[in-house]
Design a protein around this ligand. Structure first.
Ligand code: ATP
Length: 272
């Protein structure tokens, strides 16, 4: 598959006709410390993609993009980014994907649902799953994008696709290389740019301007939300802001206090 724009932004790019999970394939390659940051692994036929908390990502063959990117988050000093700031990586990826898709769909219909979903008109077009390598020296960011699914292909009624959003060149057959390169090339370009700024700024999301870049595309902010926490507790309130670690600050309707929730602590985030 010819993907000139994506090739240009990736340190290394591997395309396979089919994969079980691109995150697993890239994690295996990343056990080699020479596998570079911004190494990319993709397929249009992923047979057992994962969502968060063991949920599955459903992808009819040939119609969705599954792409994983290796990030070795090192500061200019060579020090690794602290664990408290790693939560920004999936948010950077989500912001990059939101921008890439918005460039195709237009009219600011594409937004980021904190922490890991990209929505078009409120329906999910892309899910993102970040996984820390067992060695700790890298993070794999996987993204599944619904490219050419028609109404009958949608795995859940809350999903959508680029074809259904009316993107030119996205019919409901197998996805072509040009469409893949437009999405993937845009994603990798924005991701490299945001990541570069974040790392150059010492992983200080506020100081580097990354926090406001994420907040600008994040439709969760200002919404009434219901957050299901592990153990069955529910927090309802208004999503107010992102804190310095990328956690969502919710103004609780019950006690008027701000409670920060981390992605890993959220079972489900629903809009009221
Ligand atoms: P949810 O989407 O249920 O609010 P979540 O954002 O945490 O939760 P993930 O766990 O990241 O979602 O992704 C898995 C969920 O995404 C599945 O439970 C299913 O509802 C939904 N899903 C699975 N495949 C697709 C797809 N191709 N397009 C859109 N949504 C999908």
């Amino acid at each position: 598959m010819e993907l000139p724009r994506a090739e240009n932004s990736a340190a290394r790019l591997r395309y396979v006709a089919e994969a079980v999970s691109t995150n697993d394939s890239l994690a295996a390659l990343a056990a080699d410390p020479d596998e570079p940051t911004l190494s990319v692994f993709l397929t249009l036929s992923q047979t057992a993609g994962r969502g968060r908390l063991g949920r599955s990502w459903i992808a009819p063959p040939g119609k969705t993009l599954a792409v994983s990117v290796l990030i070795r988050p090192l500061l200019p000093s060579g020090e690794p980014v602290g664990i408290e700031n790693l939560g920004w990586l999936p948010l950077l990826a989500g912001t990059a994907m939101t921008r890439a898709i918005d460039a195709l769909v237009g009219h600011a219909r594409t937004t980021l649902k904190w922490p890991n979903d990209v929505l078009i008109d409120g329906r999910k077009v892309c899910g993102i799953l970040a996984e820390l390598l067992p060695s700790g020296n890298g993070v794999i960011i996987g993204a599944g994008v619904n490219l050419t699914l028609g109404e009958d292909d949608l795995p859940v009624p809350t999903a959508t696709s680029l074809a259904l959003a009316g993107v030119a060149g996205a019919g409901t057959g197998a996805a072509g290389a040009e469409l893949v390169d437009a999405v993937l090339g845009g994603y990798l370009e924005f991701l490299a740019e945001l990541l570069g700024r974040f790392l150059a700024g010492g992983a200080d999301a506020r100081g580097s301007g990354i926090l406001s870049e994420v907040a600008r595309v994040c439709s969760t902010l200002g919404q009434d939300v219901r957050v299901e926490l592990p153990g069955g507790t529910t927090l309802t309130g208004v999503a107010k802001a992102l804190d310095a670690s990328g956690r969502l600050e919710v103004l609780s309707g019950a006690n008027g206090e701000i409670q920060a929730v981390a992605a890993g602590d959220v079972t489900h985030l629903r809009y009221e």
